[in-house]
Design a binder for this molecule. Sequence first.
Ligand SMILES: CC(C)(COP(=O)(O)OP(=O)(O)OC[C@H]1O[C@@H](n2cnc3c(N)ncnc32)[C@H](O)[C@@H]1OP(=O)(O)O)[C@@H](O)C(=O)NCCC(=O)NCCS
Length: 185
Amino acid sequence: MTDDQQQLVPHADTGQYRIRIADLRDIPALLEIEQAVFTSQWTYAEFHRVLDTPGVIALVVQDRAVSIPPHKYASPQGRNLIVAMGIGARVSNFTGGLWNLGVRPAYQRCGLGRWVLGSLESRLLGSAPKLHVDAVVVETNVHAHKFFRACGYRALRVVHQQFDDHDADCYYFRRTLYRQPPAPL
Ligand SMILES: CC(C)(COP(=O)(O)OP(=O)(O)OC[C@H]1O[C@@H](n2cnc3c(N)ncnc32)[C@H](O)[C@@H]1OP(=O)(O)O)[C@@H](O)C(=O)NCCC(=O)NCCS
């Protein structure tokens, strides 16, 4: 991000951004973010399959200050530019997985990634007393390592992950969430 962009993009907590559940009509915007931030990318079909899977939680953040042409995305909620996404799911009673988290490059380092991750985490935890949340990050993605560590994750081990287009060593990050006990009356 340039200094100019940094001044134009306010921090996540200014009220300029809105977070909501994603639906299938958001896939073109999700693909745009995917192509902007990942070298190994999900396809339209993969987004469709994942968003259509019961139990999957997919969130998007929209920038209320940036309107897009009505014909560009089909979603009636999509009149504002989608600038960040996060997708995850409960994979067992004790574990949740983060599968995809991305912020448009011009919007990075404004707190949006932390916001999406926190929203996903609280939805994954739900009413459970405790949940492990896991994320697999390619070894060379140092910025994401710093991000996950800053968000309370720790690297458990290195795993060899087989992606469609390349082999990669990855860090396996985990954070354990606990449900807050109700505040005393
Ligand atoms: C990783 C990613 C989601 C972070 O989103 P973001 O909105 O830029 O992150 P935030 O602004 O919420 O950052 C929260 C904290 O993480 C750390 N952090 C985030 N990006 C960082 C970077 N590039 N370098 C160092 N620390 C970083 C910082 O401690 C930051 O807090 P600070 O800005 O107060 O110092 C975003 O950079 C991205 O989309 N990257 C490409 C896709 C990707 O790697 N996804 C994760 C693997 S699935």
